[in-house]
Design a protein around this ligand. Structure first.
Ligand SMILES: *[C@@H]1O[C@H](CO)[C@@H](O)[C@H](O)[C@H]1NC(C)=O
Length: 418
């Protein structure tokens, strides 16, 4: 068997094109010169920064010319099935025996996510002690060539600015993440790769909070906004704000009530303005979060005044969100905006069988994961539907930002005062 595999290995060719790409770009995995009808497993393996291994694989049969093209051929088994050009990425999951409840997140965006793509003989499901016939490494980047990463420390901000290559000025995005805190950079890096100056901002665990023990207030977001607005590489009147999960409420609050932030376009995911989340915090925590978020409705019937929004709003909802009641909230927002007469500003994207964590395309799906290393949180979503939603939502997010921040039509329109 060993001799046979070695001989077959000599003739095989495996290519991944492009072998170096952005994480949201498609690649083509091609096996050639295999014996016609040869059964093989195409396998991907990634060693993450936090020391875990992730794998995905599909079972294929070479055609009469000895070829398998993952972009057009069926996988008959593995971690995905059917024609799935990017299944080797989105169906990545921790290898057997790994710690449970892992979530894939790239923290160092200055290095690529490396994925080893390999071919094994036969339809395999266990890869330990198996001989690879051939293997290549694909690099998946959040930062395109020429994108600059600039840590920001002034004005007590804990933030990182990503600038696209070129002279600018570029439209800006203020990019906020959810309730786990920390400076998460990968989405901003990717936005800069698509032409937006993007500021990733830590507001839950910034240095100032670690130093004083106090949560930041609204002026922290206004300072971040002003930093972006006044930056020479940023077009100050074309700024969007993006929130996810917990920060969607902050985004809405600032867009509606801030006198400083005349946010041009906002775009966010899985909002829940009623703060079902608050109910799960202790009294003490509730008091802290109350200042940071919106005025907490004392009367359960009281609603956030989204009717006052004056900027286009893109709302992205996973209908199987197990974390927050996002679909219901989105429906409420829609109705309120219709009543207030500003629903023409709303674009609602709602995805069936999609969970809470709508990440950039081809990111591995976690239905549940460890949160702040203490609890396991259920996020929801079915892997196939969720992955499709990630792809579609990201494409539409970029289109929304381009249309509203880049288009000529909008460049001459004055920013409406809130
Ligand atoms: C592989 O499939 C893709 C998608 O159908 C196609 O664009 C590409 O040309 C194919 N490559 C080869 C070498 O057949």
């Amino acid at each position: 068997v060993w001799r046979c595999q070695t001989i077959i290995g000599l003739f095989f060719s495996l290519s991944v094109q492009p072998s170096r790409a952005l994480v949201d770009e498609k690649f083509i995995v091609l096996v050639q010169n295999a014996p016609p009808g040869f059964q093989m497993t195409i396998h991907s393996l990634h060693h993450s920064e936090d020391g875990h291994s992730w794998e995905a694989f599909g079972h294929y049969t070479a055609d009469a010319t000895g070829t398998v093209n993952v972009s057009q051929d069926h996988s008959v088994g593995g971690t995905y099935s059917g024609v799935e050009p990017m299944g080797l990425l989105w169906s990545l999951r921790p290898v057997p025996g790994s710690k449970s409840w892992l979530r894939f997140r790239k923290m160092n965006v200055e290095t690529p996510m490396e994925v080893a793509i390999s071919v094994y003989q036969g339809h395999q499901t266990v890869f330990v002690d198996q001989v690879q016939l051939t293997s290549v490494v694909a690099e998946r980047w959040y930062m395109a060539p020429g994108v600059r990463r600039i840590p920001v420390t002034e004005s007590d901000l804990t933030a990182t600015l990503f600038l696209p290559p070129g002279p600018g000025p570029f439209p800006g995005v203020l990019d906020l993440w959810g309730g786990a805190g920390q400076l998460v950079e990968y989405r901003s890096a990717l936005l800069a790769s698509h032409g937006f100056a993007s500021l990733a901002l830590d507001y839950l665990t910034p240095k100032i909070t670690l130093k004083t023990g106090k949560m930041v207030k609204d002026d922290y977001f206004e300072t971040a906004y002003k930093f972006l607005q006044q930056h020479p590489k940023v077009s100050g009147c074309r700024i969007a704000m993006m929130g996810l999960s917990y920060s969607t409420s902050i985004t809405l609050k600032m867009a509606i009530y801030s006198e400083v932030m005349k946010v041009r376009r906002i775009c966010f995911r899985n909002t829940d303005y009623k703060f079902y989340l608050l109910a799960r915090f202790t009294e003490e925590k509730q008091a802290i979060y109350r200042d940071l978020l919106l005025p907490v409705p004392t009367d359960p019937g009281m609603k956030l005044d989204v009717g006052r929004l004056q900027c286009p709003l893109l709302l992205i909802v996973g209908e199987d969100d197990q974390n927050w009641a996002a679909p219901e909230s989105a429906q409420d927002i829609k109705e309120m905006m219709e009543q207030a007469g500003n629903s023409h500003l709303l674009t609602l994207l709602s995805y069936p069988n999609t969970g809470h964590l709508i990440e950039p395309p081809y990111s591995p799906h976690a239905r549940a994961s460890r949160f702040k290393s203490v609890v396991v949180v259920l996020w929801g979503g079915d892997t196939v539907a969720h992955s499709r939603a990630q792809e579609d939502a990201w494409r539409k997010t970029l289109a929304f930002l381009r249309e509203n921040l880049y288009s000529r039509k909008n460049s001459i329109a004055p920013v409406r005062e809130i």
